[in-house]
Write a protein that binds this ligand. Structure first.
Ligand code: ADP
Ligand code: MG
Length: 251
């Protein structure tokens, strides 16, 4: 979705939401001055050093940067998988950095969907059962769950593979299952950490195009860490990380 930077009128009375997914107060993701230091023994690694940005509803943001630049650390703090040393994260109006553990659990279940490089599927479960896991955790009734699983598998083009286990699927197909699973509970934010890192370039391209299309159709905001030049062309915006800092945008 094009990121149209409409000038904000000074009188909030005239403000009208353009999209159904819009949060009343504006950006879906707010990251402010995020800092994360890893301490292993006497050594300190500053993984994030004052990172700030905002993500609008429906926006697909690519996060680039060399290995070790802090991409995974950033995504983990935004998605509530880890806690920063300083700074603030707000997702869909929830102050992630202030949430207690059970709040983080609910956030990761209901508000954020995750896609990882290594797919992260449960090997003993079928594709359909894997997609159903987040809905089981959210106690979605069985009939509704099964219907949603069908819809999700069709969305990623795997309706005919519902009963196959991960080892009976190709890498690209496994990542499609993981994407369907990430979208199961209709998250507001999709976080994908190098989702094509284990795929050949053609399959990677297809996965990135699928992500692009789903971000549009589902109206989610997506943060995608990648080195993949394919995604860069599909993203609405690209953030560059260097040693835990965001590069100043050129434009
Ligand atoms: P990227 O995802 O861009 O490759 P990471 O966020 O994984 O970067 O890592 C950023 C920096 O933090 C690197 O220097 C890495 O070695 C360090 N780091 C990441 N995770 C840990 C950890 N759990 N303990 C110590 N250092 C870590
Ligand atoms: Mg990483």
């Amino acid at each position: 979705m094009p990121d149209t930077p409409t000038p904000e009128p000074s009188a909030p009375v005239t403000k009208k939401p353009e999209k159904a997914t819009e949060v009343a107060d504006g950006p879906l993701v707010i990251v402010e001055d995020l800092r994360k230091v890893y301490r292993t023994g006497p050594k300190e690694v500053v993984a994030l050093d004052g990172v700030s940005f905002r993500g609008e509803p429906g926006e697909l943001i690519a996060i680039r940067g060399r290995s070790g630049s802090g991409k995974t650390t950033l995504l983990n703090q935004v998605g509530g998988l880890d806690r920063p040393d300083a700074g603030r994260v707000v997702v869909a109006g929830q102050e992630v950095t202030a949430l207690p553990e059970d709040g983080l659990l609910a956030l990761r279940r209901d508000v954020v969907g995750f896609v990882f490089q290594s797919f992260g599927l449960i090997p003993v479960l079928s594709a359909a059962e894997n997609v159903g896991v987040p809905m089981r955790l959210a106690r979605v009734p069985a009939a509704e769950r099964e219907e949603r699983v069908r819809v999700l598998l069709a969305m990623v083009g795997l309706e005919r593979h519902a009963n196959q286990r991960p080892y009976e699927l190709s890498g690209g197909q496994q990542q499609r299952v993981a994407i369907a699973r990430a979208l199961a509970n209709r998250p507001r934010l999709l976080i994908a950490d190098e989702p094509t890192g284990q795929l050949d370039s053609q399959t990677g391209r297809q996965i990135m195009e699928l992500l692009r299309a789903l971000v549009r159709s589902e109206g989610v905001t997506a943060l995608v860490a990648t080195h993949d030049p394919n995604l860069i062309t599909l993203a609405d915006r690209t953030l560059h990380l260097h040693d835990g800092r965001l590069a100043i945008p050129v434009s």
